[in-house]
Design a protein around this ligand. Structure first.
Ligand code: MTE
Ligand code: MO
Length: 532
């Protein structure tokens, strides 16, 4: 509507985040977003742009480049930028850019392979991945959609978590209150991105959209925090899994717990998951005996064991119990799985969000006797943590009478609390199989734990949320088999795992190929070649 008023940029500036009536510009239009802030799915993050052009932010929040978002914004249009403040091409005069929101991101460990810097997405090199039951904090994979929010150490105890119940009742807790008023639990649990091993799927089948993770978008830690269920109860939640909830109460299955982070990332889990007495869903402030590192959600994050890590919202600031899933892009438009044929424009509403994780396993290191020539596939070599071939060969391998010794190691994990019960390894491309030794078991982790770890026994539910590392010692160029055939075909090392529900992994990625490359869980394969 060209009859709308024109505003000088100096006046727009006055409507900043503190003004109580924030405005933004986009192109040459001026918008009064006061009413939008309350309704904005990303909360007050939008206020960062108040008084200025929103366009540079949208370059970061690419989710906004959707017609329905533009339509919403259009409804708040109040006028245009005054012609005196437009350049020859009709754009508002340059503002000198916005501050780089990533400038305050923390430094990362050099042993992380960085996929993208801004936002930071990084995985530990495979060789470091599963050396310990609990991944050291500085090696834990990082998956950020935006920048890392800044919370000062002095401010952290005052960090506020608001909890909104279905009846609209709101209760706020400071971090200090959570720590002191609720029972503290320690839960060992894996976090795994739905995109873990996506690059395997891409290499074996075809292009997939998304970060091309190796086998390192997974890590395991002992999380310290309070149970989400205890906090929801304290806030006054009386429906959900309560036996005897009145008929007017919605069935618990229809409620969701929406979790929102300070930088606007959001996701949700079904209420029954949050309330499950053995679900161990945590509001965590500690990781492996230390405060959460900034990259992993300082000062507070959700940890939803057994579920896709996308639900373990970091920098947690707001919880809403609602009859709707989170409206976020990450709940409704991203972490889903389509059929191998459903490319192009998939129908997002057709399938549920990924929640409980399926079973997977991976090889993280291969050591072979001195006769090894090379791993034929460079990326497989990287995936196997084999970086310095010379280093391998220099090791004093003793050829066993049976053939060339090989040592393989890795991890196996299943979602939903299903324990890994078996890991099968083949060092001859799947012709013969043998069982790997499982290095972690819940009883061993807890009974033989050091004094500081003993408390995990108390806290842990009856489900196994952690991974199991495994190890296998076998022979390549087995003298009891046809050696020329073995040499000709090289040696493909394979791993697959089995969980307590006897779920196992698909042999190939072809049948589970999906355009987003999610849940790439096929047998993991690494190829090595011998000299003689
Ligand atoms: N929470 C917030 N606030 N912002 C994010 O970008 N990424 C999610 C989840 N929680 C994310 C988040 C995704 S997709 C994953 S895989 C995990 O955090 C990664 O957790 P990590 O970086 O601690 O490994
Ligand atoms: Mo993720």
């Amino acid at each position: 509507d060209p009859s709308l008023p024109r505003f000088r940029l100096a006046d727009v500036r006055k409507h900043d985040a503190n003004s109580g009536s924030p405005w933004v510009t986009s192109g040459d239009k001026v918008y009064d977003i006061t009413d939008w802030v309350a309704a904005h799915p990303g909360g007050d993050v939008i206020l960062q742009a108040a008084g200025h052009s929103i366009d540079p932010y949208w370059a970061i929040f690419t989710i906004h480049k959707a017609p329905h978002v533009l339509q919403v914004l259009e409804s708040y249009c109040i006028g245009f930028v005054d012609k005196a403040d437009l350049d020859d091409s009709g754009k508002p005069l340059a503002e000198g850019g916005i501050e780089d929101p990533f400038a305050t991101d923390p430094k990362r460990d050099e042993r992380l392979t960085v996929l993208t810097q801004k936002p930071c997405n990084a995985e530990p090199e495979a060789a470091y991945l599963a050396r310990e039951f609990a991944t050291p904090n500085e090696l834990f994979y990082v998956r950020n959609h935006m920048w890392v929010p800044v919370v000062d150490v002095e401010e952290a105890p005052k960090h506020e978590l608001t909890v909104e119940l279905p009846d609209g009742e709101v209760r706020a807790y400071t971090l200090e209150e959570l720590r002191t008023r609720f029972k503290i639990h320690h839960v060992p649990a894996v976090l795994q991105c739905s995109g873990n091993r996506r690059s395997d799927m891409t290499k074996s089948v075809g292009p997939t959209n998304g970060l091309q993770w190796g086998a390192g978008a997974i890590s395991n830690a002992v999380w310290e925090g309070v149970l989400l269920k205890d906090v929801l109860r304290d806030a006054g939640l009386r429906t959900g899994d309560d036996v005897g909830a009145t008929e007017d109460d919605p069935p618990s299955d229809s409620l969701h717990v929406q979790l929102t982070g300070m930088e606007a990332y959001a996701a949700s889990i079904p209420l029954p998951v949050a309330m499950d007495a053995r679900g161990d869903v945590l509001l965590a402030f500690g990781m492996n005996g230390k405060p959460l590192p900034r990259d992993h959600g300082y000062p507070l994050r959700a940890v939803v064991p057994g579920y896709v890590a996308a639900r373990s919202v970091k920098w947690l600031s707001r919880i809403v119990v609602s009859d709707e899933e989170s409206a976020s892009q990450w709940q409704r438009r991203d972490y889903k799985l389509f059929g191998p044929n459903e490319g192009g424009k998939p129908n997002w509403d057709r399938y549920p969000a990924i929640q409980e994780m399926p079973i997977t396993s991976a090889i993280t290191s291969v050591l072979v006797g001195k006769d090894v020539k090379s791993c034929t596939d460079k990326s497989a070599r990287a995936a196997a943590g084999v970086r310095d071939l010379k280093d391998w060969q220099d090791k004093n391998w003793v050829d066993s009478p049976k053939g060339t010794p090989v040592e393989v190691a890795g991890y196996a994990y299943s979602g939903g609390g299903r324990e890994i019960v078996r890991v099968d390894v083949s060092v001859d491309g799947g012709r013969t199989w043998d069982q790997a030794e499982l290095l972690d078991s819940p009883s061993r982790n807890y009974d033989d734990a050091e004094e500081t770890q003993k408390k995990y026994v108390v806290a842990r539910g009856r489900r196994d949320w952690a991974w199991k590392r495994w190890q296998y010692k076998g022979v390549l160029l087995d003298k009891s088999l046809d050696q020329s055939l073995q040499r000709e075909q090289g040696h493909e090392i394979l791993v697959k795992a089995v969980d307590s529900a006897y779920n196992t992994q698909p042999e190939h990625h072809d049948g589970i190929y999906n355009v987003r490359g999610n849940l790439a869980t096929a047998w993991h394969r690494v190829r090595v070649q011998t000299n003689d």
